[in-house]
Design a protein around this ligand. Structure first.
Ligand SMILES: Nc1nc2c(c(=O)[nH]1)N[C@H]1C(S)=C(S)[C@@H](COP(=O)(O)O)O[C@H]1N2
Ligand SMILES: [Mo]
Length: 204
């Protein structure tokens, strides 16, 4: 079977439309301290170095917007949401990965993490969002920045991001170790790890 067809702006199977914008996460909302905040790109970088941006430098990176859908695995969706921030692909240019890199781990406060295939991370619509609909994110929704990957379930987008680790082999993130699907494509209803087929992810 090939890839299920994606229909942007529509509800994937098993999802329902949500009014408003619920807050969904595990654990407490971190307090932002601008003098201690740093966004890092590390792991298998092309130059072998760790790259870091403080909040002022991060805020000065090129700002762009995308419109994308948002699907929580608990079955609510929001359609055509506008996000503004720094394109994920910008970091692939600013701090290029080594040629062997196949996956990334996106890290957030308190050690929350989510793994993505490099191609999903590099997608045109993947963005480290600082704004929604032109308004800065609130603390509960991930201020100062969160990853948005419209084509995957929303747990693949950590709020309160702190960095990206380039990986030469796949490794499971926080929810991927705790029963959620390693890839998380809503159009294939890839919700749980027991649905994984050989090749979808590392051994549990
Ligand atoms: N750091 C962190 N990011 C996270 C989560 C989390 O538990 N911790 N939950 C994810 C899940 S399951 C969803 S649906 C979205 C929810 O984002 P929202 O609260 O802005 O709606 O955040 C994702 N990002
Ligand atoms: Mo979710």
């Amino acid at each position: 079977m090939g890839q299920p067809e994606r229909h942007e702006g529509e509800l994937p199977p098993g999802q329902r439309l949500q009014r408003g914008w619920p807050v969904t996460h595990y654990g407490p909302v971190p307090r932002f301290k601008s003098d201690r905040w740093e966004f890092q790109v590390f792991g298998a970088t092309a130059d072998g170095e760790k790259h870091a941006w403080n909040h002022e430098e991060f805020s000065a990176l090129p700002y762009s917007t995308i419109v994308g859908d948002f699907h929580c695995v608990t079955k609510f969706s929001m359609l055509r949401v506008e996000w503004g921030g720094v394109a994920a692909s910008a970091f692939l240019e600013l701090a290029p990965p080594a040629p062997e890199v196949t996956h990334v781990m996106v890290w957030a406060e308190y050690g929350f993490s989510s793994n993505l295939r490099l191609a999903d991370f590099a997608d045109d619509k993947s963005i480290f969002a600082t704004h929604r609909g032109g308004e800065p994110l609130t603390a509960e929704h991930g201020f100062p920045a969160r990853l948005i990957v419209p084509q995957l379930y929303a747990w693949k987008g950590p709020k309160w991001v702190r960095g990206v680790e380039y990986m030469t082999a796949d490794r499971r993130g926080f929810w991927e170790e705790r029963g959620y699907h390693n890839i998380g494509d809503p159009w294939g209803e890839q919700r749980y790890s027991y649905q994984e087929l050989p090749g979808d992810g590392p051994e549990l």
